[in-house]
Design a protein around this ligand. Structure first.
Ligand SMILES: NC(=O)c1ccc[n+]([C@@H]2O[C@H](COP(=O)([O-])OP(=O)(O)OC[C@H]3O[C@@H](n4cnc5c(N)ncnc54)[C@H](OP(=O)(O)O)[C@@H]3O)[C@@H](O)[C@H]2O)c1
Length: 341
């Protein structure tokens, strides 16, 4: 943004990416669709993977994380690594003066999340959890319709994200790396419920926690003022229909799979039960560009957070996630990572 040496572009946000996995690949590709975003470097724990990924992702160079945070031509860093690494990478990047966009879950628990937010605020830097669902144009349209009264007074949310992960491979099955269906999948239904219904008054959760601290499934009831409620479920060991619905006094709306990356929704109103109206989206790329564009603009404007996904909202989500974990009688990933240090 402010630099103009060696290919860094003035007027653009010059980005670095940490991690060379699938999500970084998709983010890099969608970043290519964002005007004013300039992908400069990809960091990996291996120099070879960094160079290969940089070539594949269209970045100028591959490097180590230490080189990335020290680089003068990098304004902002996207962190696409396993959950348990987010806190330390984000804080190191912020302390080096870089804005950060951190994959969900932004931390392992509420205290990590608050720590990242407070370092960002103290440094005067932009930081955000990459909760792309909230930036999805179709989701934003749906919220506008609901606010305009399309289904009357909203009374309940039902949302689930159950998709089995390939067994025993990858960071999702590592307690040290933060493996957890709560943090990986349930975070979307919880974020949706709070975004639509506000702050819950009570939380009741049941789930399965392995002895190593990896939670594999849960179902949750949240209650809200005036009799409103949310029923949420997640699983990394079985399918639980990955759709969502929002119901009100005059109808309901159903967000098709994958509800967190809205491609279509249908609205059914009381007098036309068999004639739902369907809205479909057509977007380029993998669906991350709306978020990337919004973050890019926020950084250019000097904002420290984005109004579509404020820190206060993330704190509220993590209060719910922490309470769900405690009701599952679980030692969570954060405790395991701490205990092994
Ligand atoms: N928004 C979405 O749609 C979406 C989708 C999938 C995942 N995610 C999130 O993205 C994050 C990464 O998920 P993933 O499945 O891509 O993870 P992953 O494949 O296990 O790891 C991603 C990359 O992180 C680096 N890495 C692995 N272990 C590391 C460690 N101990 N320390 C530092 N870097 C490490 C590796 O790159 P190098 O070996 O090159 O260092 C790896 O390729 C998670 O937080 C997940 O929740 C989001």
């Amino acid at each position: 943004m402010t630099t103009d040496n060696d290919g860094a572009k003035t007027g653009c946000v010059n980005w670095g990416i940490v991690g060379t996995g699938d999500i970084s690949r998709s983010i890099a590709s969608d970043m290519g669709l964002v005007k004013g975003a300039n992908l400069r470097a990809v960091a990996s724990r291996s120099q070879e993977r960094a160079v290969t990924a940089a070539q594949e992702f269209g970045a100028d160079r591959g490097c180590s994380f230490a080189e990335l945070v020290d680089a003068h031509d990098i304004d902002a860093i996207y962190i696409g690594t396993p959950h348990a690494t987010h806190r330390s990478l984000a804080i190191a990047a912020l302390n080096a003066g870089k804005h950060v966009l951190i994959e969900k879950p932004v931390g392992l628990n509420g205290s990590e999340v608050r720590e990242i937010a407070s370092v960002a605020a103290a440094r005067g830097l932009f930081a955000m959890e990459a909760m792309w669902m909230k930036f999805n144009p179709l989701y934003r349209q749906l919220k506008e319709e609901i606010a305009a009264g399309a289904i009357g007074d909203v009374m309940s949310v039902r949302a689930s994200f159950g998709i089995p992960f390939p067994k025993d491979v990858g960071s999702r099955w590592s307690s040290e790396l933060g493996g957890s269906t709560l943090l990986d999948q349930c975070i979307y239904p919880v974020t949706l419920a709070l975004d639509i219904l506000g702050l819950p008054t009570s939380i009741a959760a049941i789930g399965t926690m392995r002895p190593d601290g990896i939670d594999t499934r849960q179902h949750v009831t949240l209650e809200f003022p005036e009799g409103r409620y949310a029923q949420l479920a997640a699983s990394m060991v079985e399918f639980v229909e990955p759709t969502a619905s929002i119901s009100g006094t005059t109808g309901w709306t159903t967000m098709s799979f994958p509800f967190w990356a809205g491609r279509s929704y249908s609205t059914t109103r009381g007098s036309k039960l068999f004639e739902p109206s369907v809205v479909k989206a057509n977007f380029a790329g993998y669906g991350y560009s709306a978020m990337l564009e919004a973050v890019n603009e926020a950084i250019k404007s000097g904002d420290l957070e984005h109004s579509l996904h404020k820190w206060s909202e993330v704190f509220a989500v993590f209060e719910v996630l922490d309470e769900i974990r405690s009701q599952m009688n679980g030692v969570g990933p954060a405790d395991i990572v701490r205990a092994r240090k």
